[in-house]
Design a protein around this ligand. Structure first.
Ligand code: ADP
Length: 482
């Protein structure tokens, strides 16, 4: 068995702000079946330290960037966890990255450098009895583990860096560098230096043995200037080690046949009880209890990445066409206000819950007729995968993982009987308007609608294929090194 130390700043079921947590929690059991055993290292946020079971301290750092830190081994369900219990870095209430004022914690650079330094030391064998073949870092918060490992003396495991979203890079003023305890040579063009600043993700991308991102299309997109977020040159330079592996879903948590968070369970070919969930969702969202209204759901961070400003422009015409809209999301205050105002203005046709609510997220998938993801860019996207599984027809912009996971219901796909949703491009209000029009036409042809829904529910959105691709990647990295 290949031994993997994964490093992630969030993981289901301990702490979650987005898809990274879903993936960090779902990947270990999936790749265990394919031949790799994962222990995941996470920051010891209060939520993590409270929920960890069987916790045992296995090492203490007397001073990790300004305070003592314990390395605590434990479990979360079936997951093997190492929590970095460093109260001066992580014992803060609320969001892992933001203070109560909604701004990044001022010391995020030091917090996640601390995570990286400790992870690299553990990956390289700091704790007796814990040996690893691979360090697998997720996103900028863990990228420094790759950098510290690169500068570690002595034997060290291979490193993989997975980019879940290139928009978040962990960029700090150069004045941070002397505090990182790295050799001066690390602050270089082919290292941590990024336009005169320190770039955590940039450093990780420079030194990782393999780079992956969460869909094949996003892997291609980020090598181009339009989506490279300033790192496309480096990604082209490293093209030989970059690949895209599509995310799957955790089908123990996201399975309409067993989901205890929805009122009526159902499955493929047995959707008879699905309308019970639609009625419950209509009630929860303050929508008219009309089974025939085409109900469109959105479960999303409300940010410009997700393209939901485009939706705001379409609400009047959607309502005029008899559609219902249910939005669950939080983020940009202007967008929150816009959806709340629309819900007041279009009472009974538009519903909005601002906030983060896991049970409602499940009800949205089980009760919406269609799920809308109009992102401007989308590394993978998970909500459209849940939608496929739950029989909500995904309506997505043709970018990144959305384009890799939804088959557009064009004529050819309908004739071939393989369509699973609707794709549109460009990601503009007009593009979205056309897609909604197509959706309504589909809704009026129920036999075809039902067929597309059945195809989606039959689509393989599991981790199986992707898990074996990760393990193959680990093996190829180990083979390179031997
Ligand atoms: P991202 O990671 O960019 O936010 P993904 O589609 O990859 O987008 O993952 C989003 C995850 O967060 C999904 O599991 C989705 O159900 C969940 N989610 C997003 N917003 C909310 C919300 N307001 N309440 C509950 N779950 C949410």
């Amino acid at each position: 068995m290949i031994q993997v130390l994964a490093v992630a700043s969030e993981i289901v079921p301990l702490i979650k702000t987005g898809g990274l947590a879903d993936v960090a929690g779902a990947l270990p059991p999936a790749i265990a079946a394919a031949g790799a055993k994962t222990t995941t290292m996470v920051p010891g946020y209060p939520a993590v330290m409270q929920a960890l079971t069987g916790a045992v301290a296995v090492h203490t750092f007397a001073d990790l960037f300004g305070g003592p830190a314990r390395v605590v081994r434990g479990n979360a369900g079936s997951l093997d966890i190492i929590a970095l219990d460093a109260p001066h870095l992580f014992a803060r209430a609320g969001n892992p990255y933001l203070g109560a004022d909604g701004r990044e914690w001022a010391d995020n650079g030091i917090r996640f450098a601390g995570l990286g330094a400790a992870a690299a030391a553990i990956a390289a064998g700091l704790v007796p009895g814990m040996e690893f073949d691979i360090l697998h870092a997720h996103d900028w918060q863990a990228a420094m583990a790759v950098v510290y490992l690169h500068f570690h003396d002595g034997p060290r495991p291979g490193s993989v860096l997975t980019v879940h979203n290139l928009a978040f890079q962990g960029r700090y003023p150069a004045s941070l560098f002397p505090r990182l305890g790295l050799p001066d040579t690390a602050f270089a063009l082919n290292g941590l230096e990024y336009h005169g600043d320190v770039g955590f993700l940039k450093g990780g991308l420079s030194f990782a043995g393999r780079i992956t991102t969460v869909s094949p299309t996003y892997a291609r997109e980020i090598a181009g200037i339009d989506n490279g977020m300033g790192l496309d040159g480096l990604l082209r330079h490293r093209a030989g080690v970059v690949s895209g592996i599509l995310n799957g879903i955790d089908d123990t948590l996201w399975n309409p046949a067993t989901d205890s968070l929805i009122p009526a369970q159902y499955g493929r070919g047995r959707t008879g009880k699905r309308p019970v969930n639609k009625a419950a969702l209509q009630q929860r969202m303050g929508l008219e209890p009309n089974p025939d209204a085409l109900l469109i759901g959105v479960v999303s961070r409300l940010t410009s990445q997700k393209g939901l400003d485009l939706l705001v422009d379409q609400i009047d015409s959607m309502v005029a066409a008899g559609m219902q809209l249910a939005v669950l999301g939080a983020g940009d205050p202007d967008l929150e206000q816009a959806f709340l105002a629309a819900a007041e203005w279009h009472l009974g046709s538009v519903g909005c819950i601002v906030g983060y609510d896991e049970p409602v997220a499940h009800l949205m998938q089980a009760g919406s007729d269609a799920l809308l993801v109009p992102s401007r860019f989308e590394p993978c996207g998970l909500t459209q995968l849940y939608a496929l599984r739950y029989g909500a027809i995904p309506v997505v912009s043709r970018v990144g993982g959305l384009s890799d996971s939804v088959i557009d219901a064009n004529e050819a796909a309908l004739v071939a009987g393989v369509a699973t949703g609707i794709q549109f491009w460009p990601a503009t209000a007009d593009g979205l308007g056309t897609a909604l029009h197509r959706l309504r036409t589909l809704w009026q042809d129920r036999p075809v609608w039902d067929r597309v829904q059945r195809n989606g529910m039959a689509a393989d959105v599991s981790w199986r294929g992707s898990a074996s691709r990760y393990v193959a990647l680990y093996r190829s990295l180990l083979a390179d090194r031997s």
